[in-house]
Design a protein around this ligand. Structure first.
Ligand SMILES: Cc1cc2nc3c(=O)[nH]c(=O)nc-3n(C[C@H](O)[C@H](O)[C@H](O)COP(=O)(O)O)c2cc1C
Length: 231
């Protein structure tokens, strides 16, 4: 395949939403319509995301993406592992960050989300399992990385991923980034046919008009994230 031409890269072909609208509208979508996504829409978004910056312009993002029968096979293998195999190998959060996850859990499983009481462990476990079927998204993907690369290069993959996600948002598509599926790297490597390191999964599809998809998470104050040094 030939490199993208400068014309393809830099000609603005459509403009339907402002950047601000896309950023504000993007949120994690955890219920999808059983409706196909035209591959050309995803290809347009990939062309846009290709403009992401990277260390020495190595463009190290790698996306393995599946739909149709490929998607069914991969989800089946993941669900088998998640229901009958070992617990997923997900790096634990350091103690000082755990309260964020508890807050998210309260929102996600509470009245504004799934609406499952804490006491109903069976229903909660079932909801967690939905991660491994990519919440019913018709297009599923993993973001992977050459094991020879370093942390700084994951940053480039992250910058690419957000660009890709915002482009998908502009097209009205929903997404959910998923560390959960990366908890079964061997299954993903086998089913996607890759030796690359797995960073995370990505669900892509048309959002359903459900209460769960209207869940908007909060954010802390800017000062928790930014230190401005002026003298
Ligand atoms: C690296 C990463 C991993 C994530 N993993 C999961 C996951 O496994 N399951 C899930 O439901 N959401 C996952 N999320 C979504 C986050 O929970 C979500 O981005 C966060 O709560 C903020 O909500 P918002 O995306 O709706 O703005 C992940 C997001 C990121 C960036």
């Amino acid at each position: 395949m030939e490199d993208l031409s400068k014309e393809e890269l830099y000609t603005v072909s459509y403009k339907t939403e402002s950047l601000e609208t896309c950023i504000r509208q993007r949120h994690s979508v955890r219920e999808y319509l059983p409706k196909e996504v035209d591959q050309t829409i995803i290809e347009d978004c990939l062309r846009l995301a290709q403009l992401a910056p990277s260390n020495s312009n190595i463009q190290n993002w790698r996306l393995l993406i599946a739909s149709g029968a490929g998607r069914e096979r991969i989800v089946k293998a993941l669900m088998k592992e998640a229901t009958t195999g070992d617990a997923p190998n997900i790096p634990p959060l350091p103690e000082k960050y755990r309260h964020f996850r508890s807050e998210l859990g309260r929102e996600l499983y509470g009245a504004g989300g799934y609406g499952i009481p804490r006491s109903d462990k069976e229903a909660r476990d079932k909801a967690v399992l939905r991660n491994y079927e990519f919440f019913g998204a018709p297009v599923i993907a993993i973001i992977a990385q050459d094991p020879a690369l370093a942390n700084i290069d994951s940053l480039s993959s992250g910058m690419w991923l957000q660009t890709f996600i915002l482009a998908l948002t502009e097209q009205g598509l929903g997404t959910c980034v998923e560390v959960s599926v990366a908890g079964y790297p061997e299954v993903l490597k086998r089913e996607f046919g890759t030796d690359l390191d797995i960073l995370c999964g990505l669900a892509i599809g048309w959002p359903s008009d459900s209460k769960l998809n209207r869940l908007h998470t909060g954010r802390g104050k800017i000062e928790d994230n930014v230190k401005w040094v002026k003298e």
